[in-house]
Design a protein around this ligand. Structure first.
Ligand SMILES: Nc1ncnc2c1ncn2[C@@H]1O[C@H](COP(=O)(O)OP(=O)(O)OP(=O)(O)O)[C@@H](O)[C@H]1O
Ligand SMILES: [Mg+2]
Length: 541
């Protein structure tokens, strides 16, 4: 049997110490109890009794009163005084049949009294009763300890704080969660008296529960938003329930259950954030879906346009040739010459429209070669510089020198820059400033336009950036979303096809780049083009 399962101290059976200075008495006692499943120990005086007690730790002592070296009362007093031996059951044995003596024995902590001359059966019966009581008491204590362990385990694992209060509002137990929520350790909480509980709302609630538990609705008080003061001067939001503990309908104390709301608030905030992000993704997804639908529509419009353009191109060429031929023939007639010039202008406009349509719908293949983007920008500027000078528009180019070369289709990109320069020029009309900037930069997430994001650019990416700014009137807010739609134009009929930006975006996208158009804070518009430093970057990412 393992040690903790033995009901009696260190022995499997109760150990009983017999104490008497008369050898004959000891013998009678010994014989009364021998063979009854007890471990019997003997002492022939008070002092020896104490020695045996300390050495052998008996469970019960049959103690004679009148002994020469130290009387039984003194032995009992010493046993009860020492915490190590106070639990030993003492039964007095004496010839004295005096009520005062019996009373004294009980006062000293004895449990029973047997008078001499005693009957062996009576001694045996009393010892047996007390051993049984002892065994039951120890079993009860063991169960209590087990229950306490279970209780502690439950309380320790709870996320709610639990505090037990006695009748006077003093804490009798505290679990770790309560320590955390109340911002105080168990020692401090256990030392609190009723007036120490804060805030006042909590103190009042505890007071009410303790004073009149029967009057409380639903047998508990709940406080849903309690601001508990913290040691650092701040507060913690908590929810509290207090219920009375009653025994036989009489108040014995109360139990507080505390729940930390700051954690819940944090979780709620996190949930809200996630929800918002989800909503945003949903919106973006819808937008992307709309764009896809739009792109699909445009694809078919583009194919149709290409077909029409092809058909129209050849007759146009014939008309143009015819007009050239007629030049000489009509030279003498000024009116006819005038009509011929107007027709030539009309043909040239029709030709531009047709070429625009073809560009828009042309096979999406690039002729890539390694180029410095600044060279392409400069070439494009050269083509418009004359017209810009005539319109008194200053050109301000700040082109970074450290740009790496990259694969570009120079012709297509020139078309991009020309479209953007022409748009800027048309917006400014006369007098103004066109500013072109190129640089290699690590882009900030806040600077990314919608198209850049859609193309997968992220804050922190290293990009080649081209910015084209003008000092014109800028773009109307309601037009911002439609600029890149094919055929969207604010120009007068015949002046613009509305295909420029659409073609531009197609070409830029084919270069794995992005283009966004926005208004500048200082007035005017700004086109921002981003290209990955080297083309392969995207696949590697
Ligand atoms: N720099 C700018 N400032 C103000 N508005 C602009 C600017 N660039 C473009 N836009 C607006 O965007 C519209 C569409 O431009 P886009 O280049 O696609 O077609 P367009 O210039 O009208 O015609 P096209 O390019 O065929 O001559 C323009 O009509 C104009 O309203
Ligand atoms: Mg244009």
């Amino acid at each position: 049997m393992s040690e903790d399962k033995k009901p009696f101290g260190g022995y499997a059976m109760p150990a009983i110490l017999l104490v008497d200075d008369v050898a004959a008495n000891l013998r009678v006692l010994y014989e009364s109890l021998n063979g009854r499943n007890y471990k019997l120990l003997i002492a022939n005086g008070g002092k020896q009794a104490l020695e045996v007690v300390h050495k052998s730790h008996p469970d019960l002592v049959l103690l004679d009163i009148m002994m020469p070296d130290m009387d039984g009362f003194e032995v009992c007093r010493r046993l009860k005084q020492d915490p190590e031996t106070a639990h030993i059951v003492v039964i007095f044995l004496s010839a004295l049949d005096d009520t005062t003596d019996k009373l004294r024995g009980f006062q000293l902590g004895a449990v029973d009294y047997v008078t001499k001359p005693f009957h062996p059966e009576e001694v045996a019966a009393r010892v047996e009763t007390h051993c049984k009581l002892l065994s039951l008491e120890r079993e009860l204590a063991r169960r209590n300890r087990q229950l306490e362990l279970v209780r502690d385990r439950i309380l320790n694992s709870m996320t709610e704080g639990v505090v037990g209060l006695d009748r006077n509002g003093r804490a009798s137990f505290v679990n770790p969660a309560a320590e955390r929520i109340l911002g105080a350790d168990a020692r401090q909480i256990l030392a609190r008296e009723l007036p120490d509980w804060e805030p006042e709302m909590l103190r009042e609630a505890i007071g009410r529960i303790l004073a009149e538990p029967g009057e409380i609705d639903h047998n508990e008080i709940s406080l849903s938003n309690l601001a508990l003061p913290m040691p650092d001067g701040g507060t913690r939001q908590a929810e509290l329930r207090i219920a009375p503990i009653c025994e036989n309908e009489r108040p014995r104390g109360a139990v507080l259950v505390l729940r930390d709301l700051s954690e819940r608030h944090r979780v709620e905030a996190r949930l809200n954030r996630t929800n918002n992000e989800l909503n945003k993704s949903h919106r973006e997804l819808r937008q992307a879906q709309m764009q896809l639908i739009q792109a699909a529509k445009l694809e078919s419009v583009g194919r149709l346009a290409a077909g029409v353009a092809h058909e129209v191109k050849n007759p146009l060429a014939i008309v143009q040739l015819g007009l050239d031929y007629l030049e000489a023939a009509l030279a003498t007639d000024p009116v006819a010459s005038e009509v011929r010039r107007d027709m030539l202008t009309a043909v040239s406009r029709a030709d531009t429209v047709v070429r625009g349509l073809l560009d828009f719908s042309r096979e999406r293949a690039l002729e890539l070669r390694s180029h410095a983007i600044n060279d392409i920008v400069n070439e494009s500027l050269k083509l418009v510089r004359h017209e810009l000078t005539q319109r008194n528009i200053a050109v301000d180019a700040a082109l970074a020198e450290d740009l790496p070369k990259r694969q570009f289709d120079a012709d297509k990109l020139q078309q991009v820059f020309l479209n953007l320069f022409m748009n800027a020029m048309h917006a400014m009309q006369h007098d103004g400033r066109l500013r072109v900037t190129t640089n290699l930069t690590q882009i900030d997430g806040d600077e990314l336009g919608p198209h850049a994001r859609q193309c997968g650019f992220l804050g922190g990416d290293t990009v080649i950036r081209v910015v084209i700014e003008d000092s014109g009137p800028g773009i109307k807010p309601e037009d911002l979303d439609r600029l890149f739609d094919p055929y969207f134009t604010t120009k007068r009929q015949g002046e613009g096809t509305g295909l420029g930006l659409s073609v531009t975006r197609n070409i830029v996208t084919l270069h794995q780049g992005s283009i966004d158009l926005e208004n500048r804070n200082r007035g005017g518009a700004r086109a921002v083009l981003l290209f990955r430093k080297d083309e392969k970057q995207r696949d590697e990412a």
